[in-house]
Design a protein around this ligand. Structure first.
Ligand code: SAJ
Length: 404
């Protein structure tokens, strides 16, 4: 068997690396590309630079058996996958410059019949734009290569399972491209593969995450209303969800992570007049974090008025959601920063059981923090917190339903 790579994976991050490992597990040679030399070096040693269950084993095996190799530049292959970040610029506008530079890097290597797939979350029309770029630079390839968009939909923390078992939406720029991309994914994905065009596939990814954002915004809005109405929002939602066609999500400190708090802006930036609910949901979810910080501030002042001295405060959780160590775009982190800005010599205990240290926050063990603090504010519903026994003299602010 020749060990010529048949797949080039551009971008070895949270999605690119697991996907590369999965393809390599299938005994297909994968050449991974990343601009960061230390990432390349780590992977070539059979190690990983991100936290994701089971990924370490898969990468170690793929590298050891010679099916996965990393480098800073691409080589010739028959399929090219673009799995790079699409951040946003000022004014929440999507920035597709990484997709473009990844495309330019593989452009000289493309040949007739090759497959070029974008997986990066992208604004609608990006795949067509990249097709134009490819055909402008390589006019002899027009209509002769297969170009498609296929978003991933895996949940951080469960990536290795979901990559294989989730359904996928595959949209080519023409039917032949869709079929070729479908045949490619069928080799390693057990979920159903659904055919569409590139624009619909791009919008589908954005809509999935916007839908979740809008639903969480509804729950967060209810939490604000219930706070004024003196109603327990958790009880309310549980009761409303007894209706056979109602399924309200859970309120929290806001929405974090690299996906749900970002992707809706890709729609709003392009279609501002039409995407009223999607834009408003972003505002509500962002406001919820601000509101939580204000609530802590108010509790602090009330305590001082009542007791004549400043309270000590425990901030419970920094991650962007329960039971992970990922602090990216975390509302809890935002709240902690905001509260500490107004710290005014008060005593604070910052808790995050899933990390041991942080370059800004001094981390305190969670039981110790609860014991020492007068005010305990729950920002993330980590499992460890649920069994805590809280003495009745503590002021408890449960923003995320730890004790619902
Ligand atoms: N959250 C709530 N209330 C809820 C559910 C979530 O406040 O009822 C908050 C979480 O605490 C967190 C944020 O929402 O701050 C996002 O968490 P999440 O678990 O909903 O989603 P992510 O960001 O980990 O992953 C999402 C998933 N998308 C959907 O569920 C529609 C995942 O399938 C996508 O692959 C991923 O985004 C992505 O990469 O786009």
């Amino acid at each position: 068997m020749s060990n010529k790579p048949s797949v080039v994976m551009v971008g070895l991050g949270y999605i690119g690396l697991p996907t590369a490992a999965l393809i390599a597990q299938n005994k297909t040679y994968v050449h991974g590309v990343d601009i960061n030399p230390s990432v390349v070096e780590t992977i070539n040693q059979g190690k990983i630079h991100i936290v994701e269950p089971e990924l370490d084993i898969a990468v170690a095996k793929a590298v050891k058996e010679g099916y996965l190799k990393a480098a800073t530049t691409p080589v010739e292959a028959s399929a090219y996958l673009i799995v790079v970040p699409t951040p946003f610029k000022a004014k929440n506008e999507p920035d597709i410059s990484f997709v473009e530079s990844a495309t330019r890097a593989v452009l000289p290597l493309l040949k007739e019949d090759d497959l070029y797939i974008i997986e990066s979350t992208s604004p609608v029309g990006t795949t067509e734009k990249m097709m134009q770029l490819i055909f402008t630079e390589r006019p002899e390839l027009a209509g002769k290569i297969n170009i498609a968009y296929c978003p991933e939909r895996v949940l951080p923390g469960n990536v290795m399972y979901e990559l294989v078992h989730n359904d996928r939406v595959i949209g080519g720029v023409d039917e032949k491209s869709t079929e070729k991309a479908l045949a490619f994914y069928r080799e390693f994905i057990k979920g159903d593969l659904h055919r569409t065009n590139a624009r619909t596939a791009e919008m589908c990814k954005l809509v999935e995450n916007s839908s979740r954002d809008v639903q969480i915004a509804f729950a967060n809005e209810l939490s604000l209303i219930c706070d004024k109405a003196d109603i327990n929002v958790w009880d309310l939602i549980e009761l409303a969800n007894k209706h056979p066609r109602v399924n309200i999500l859970q309120p929290g400190c806001g929405v974090g992570g690299h996906c749900i708090a970002v992707d809706p802006y890709f729609i709003v930036a392009e279609y501002p007049m039409e995407s009223k609910i999607i834009g408003k949901a972003r505002e509500i979810n962002n406001y919820k974090s601000f509101w939580c910080a204000e609530k802590i501030q108010t509790a602090k002042l009330e305590f001082e008025l009542k007791h004549g001295h400043k309270p000590s405060i425990a901030l419970m959780g920094l991650a962007f959601k329960p039971n992970i160590d990922d602090l990216r775009e975390s509302p809890a982190k935002y709240i902690a920063q905001k509260v500490l800005q107004n710290a005014n010599n008060g005593e604070y205990y910052i808790v995050e059981p899933n990390i041991t240290e942080h370059n800004v926050f001094k981390i305190t063990e969670y039981k110790e923090a609860v014991e020492k603090a007068d005010i305990v504010a729950f920002l993330v519903a980590h499992d460890e917190f649920k069994t805590l026994e809280l003495p009745s003299d503590k002021v408890v602010l449960d923003f995320c339903g730890v004790f619902k």
